[in-house]
Write a new protein. Sequence first.
Length: 219
Amino acid sequence: MPNLRIIVKTRLFHTLFYRFIRFYASTFHMKVENENEWMDHCRSGGRVILCAWHQQFFVAIRHFQNYSGFNPSLMISQSADGDIIAGVAKKSGWHTVRGSSSRGGKEALKKLIDRLAVTGLAGHIVDGPKGPAGHVKAGAIQLAHAAHAEIVPFYVSADRAWYFNSWDNFFLPKPFARVVISFGKILRFSPSEDKSAFETQRLFLEEIMRPELRKNPHK
C-alpha cells in the first residue's frame, strides 16, 4: 500500500482536494465584511498581514483565491498536514513558505519577510500549527515589525457547523450554511527593541482576536 505521506505530496492529490474544497465551499451562502479598507491599503503601496486562528482558516480558502493578483505568501508547517495545505494554497495562487515555530521557523520567517516587502500581502496563522488555542505567538508581531507591515485580523463564522475534537476545536460549516468572513481594522505596531513593549503588542492582538474564537454550542 502506498505511503500516505507520499500520496499527500502528489499534484494529483492536491488538485483533487482543491476541487473538492471549491465544490464544498460553493454550497455556502457567503458574506464578506470590511474587505475594501485593507485591499485599498495594499493597492496604494501598503503591506498587510492577514491573521487568523488555526480553527478558522480552512473555510476561507476558496474566497482567498481572489487575492492571487497580489502574489501573496503564507507560512505553512513542514508536517504532513502542512503538505496538504501547501498544495491547496499553491492551487489558490498563494506562494508557500515552509516552516513553523517548532521546525524551520527562522528561515521561513526571513523568506516571508522578503516576499512581503515585495508583494505587500501575506497570511499568518497566529496560534501556529499546534497551539495552544487562543494564544497569539510571537511570529505575527515579528513579521509586522520586520516587514513594516500592518496586521488585519479576519474571522469566520457560520450558522451551522461541525466541530472537531482537536486542540483548536476546528470547525467546518455544514453544506449550505450561512458563512461570514469578517475583516477587522488595520492594526499598526511600531517596532521596538524593548521586550515588554513587544509583549504588550502581542497581548493586545490576542485580546482583540480571542473573543472571535468559535465554541461548540453543543458542549
